[in-house]
Design a protein around this ligand. Structure first.
Ligand SMILES: Cc1ncc(COP(=O)(O)O)c(C=O)c1O
Length: 423
């Protein structure tokens, strides 16, 4: 399938390698703040994931929430990716990237009637149900509109993923999935099986994101397998197990993920079990493949620390303030070996507007470019217009060509949808 090309594209100098000079050239051309993604590495990561689980009957669905750029979805589609989506908006993005509806899994605790109907009309491959209320709603909608769909139950295996609490979904204290301890999950599976418009496609689990240890995955997958076996032994058809995403990345070093041990663990658990397996990786495919290029506006010496004030802010990358997340930040300007501690902060009027605190940084000056590393996942997708700041633009480099995939909007674009009743 042909990738969509924008008319704003240019050959990346330096044989297509996204080094400091290439990033600075792109920043000069498109201005900052600017997201720059390495499309070749995104594809390598995706193929490495596919390979790691290729000894099993498997399909890899990219988690669109991690990076919903249509160009990136389109690139992943060329490598055979399906999509894991959590909203009608993401559904439309996946379709725009030509992902076949049957290769789409619809997750999320609060799908609306409109979203469920759209998914059913389009023939989305699997809808993951997370509550009895949602099951009742989809059953009623399917029956009254004479639609059919395949349903999986997302279960909650009550496993702590050992990640940040705001991205942990595996415990019973979270809103996600159906507990296995109160008998409800089995009774819902029975209802799906009995319903003329619904087909049971199996079970799903996703215990959280940025897992840096395989043990919680292993515990969760064994629980899932145990429950699936129980359903099968009671005569239910359980064709697929959706193992979710969650594989973490190294934010300190820019190392690309190695899925080999994960693949071996999955194989150990599921070989000879005759389930079709689904995977929903997001962060591990794109996370290390993005840079946020930003320019130093001022350097301010405070009483006891230095502030590097940059043109990117929490509206461009909220992870540091939302999750206390660490992103490596490198100066693209040569400023010698001397360093001192600094807070790297944006122009937004919030103390929480920082990309790093107490970070050992070279003696950068106004006008220097910095590269905030590993921002390919949960970066641009969470941008906002707080302080009426247009979002950063986005560029995708692929095969030595840089494509502008999202131009910056103007302030006029931002305010033109508003209605002033007093004029
Ligand atoms: C249901 C589901 N699947 C997949 C993912 C992707 O997770 P990750 O980006 O950690 O691979 C998420 C994100 O939290 C999710 O909620």
């Amino acid at each position: 399938m042909a990738l969509s090309h924008t008319d704003t594209s240019e050959i990346i100098p330096g044989h297509g390698i996204l080094d400091g000079e290439a990033l600075m050239n792109l920043a000069e051309r498109y201005s900052t703040p600017l997201y720059v993604y390495d499309g070749d590495q995104i594809l390598k990561n995706f193929r490495a994931f596919q390979k790691a689980v290729s000894n099993l009957d498997s399909k890899v669905h990219f988690a669109v929430k991690a990076n919903s750029s249509i160009a990136i979805l389109s690139l992943l589609h060329t490598a055979g990716a399906g999509a894991d989506i959590v909203s009608g908006g993401e559904l439309q993005r996946a379709l725009t990237a030509h992902i076949n509806p049957k290769d789409i899994i619809f997750s999320g605790v609060g799908k609306t009637d409109d979203e469920l109907l759209l998914a059913m009309h389009l023939g989305v491959g699997q809808i993951n149900i997370e509550s009895g209320a949602e099951l009742g709603r989809i059953a009623a909608l399917a029956a009254s509109n004479n639609l059919k769909c395949s349903i999986a139950l997302r279960v909650n295996v009550d496993v702590d993923p050992g990640s940040h609490e705001k991205i942990s979904t595996g415990q019973n204290s979270t809103k996600f999935g159906l507990a296995l301890t109160d008998g409800q999950a089995e009774s819902y599976y029975e209802q799906i099986t009995a319903h003329p418009n619904l087909t049971p496609s199996g079970l799903a689990v996703h215990i959280g994101s940025q897992l840096r240890n395989l043990a919680p995955f292993e515990t969760a997958y064994n629980e899932l397998l145990g429950f699936a076996g129980h359903l099968r032994s009671n005569g239910f058809d359980v064709p697929c197990l959706d193992l979710g995403g969650g594989f973490g990345i190294d934010y300190e070093e820019i190392m690309h993920p190695d899925f080999t041990e994960y693949g071996k663990m999955v194989e150990r658990i599921f070989k000879n079990t005759e389930y079709k397996l689904g995977f929903e990786p997001g962060r591990s495919i794109v996370g290390n493949c993005g840079n946020l290029i930003t320019k130093v506006i001022y350097v301010k010496q405070g009483i006891d620390k230095r502030f590097i004030i940059i043109d990117a802010a929490m509206n461009d990358l909220i992870r540091p303030t939302l999750y206390e997340a660490f992103h490596r930040i490198d100066s693209l300007a040569e400023r010698g070996k001397d360093t001192s501690k600094a807070d790297i902060v944006g122009p937004i009027c919030e103390t929480g507007d920082y990309l790093a605190r107490n970070r050992q940084m070279p003696m950068v000056e106004a006008g220097d470019y910095l590269a905030v590393r590993s921002v390919g996942a949960y970066g641009a997708v969470m941008m906002s217009n707080y302080n009426t700041r247009p979002e950063a633009s986005e560029v995708l480099s692929y095969h030595g060509i840089a494509h502008l995939i999202r131009p910056r909007r103007t302030v006029e674009d931002l305010i033109k949808m508003e209605i002033n009743p007093f004029l």
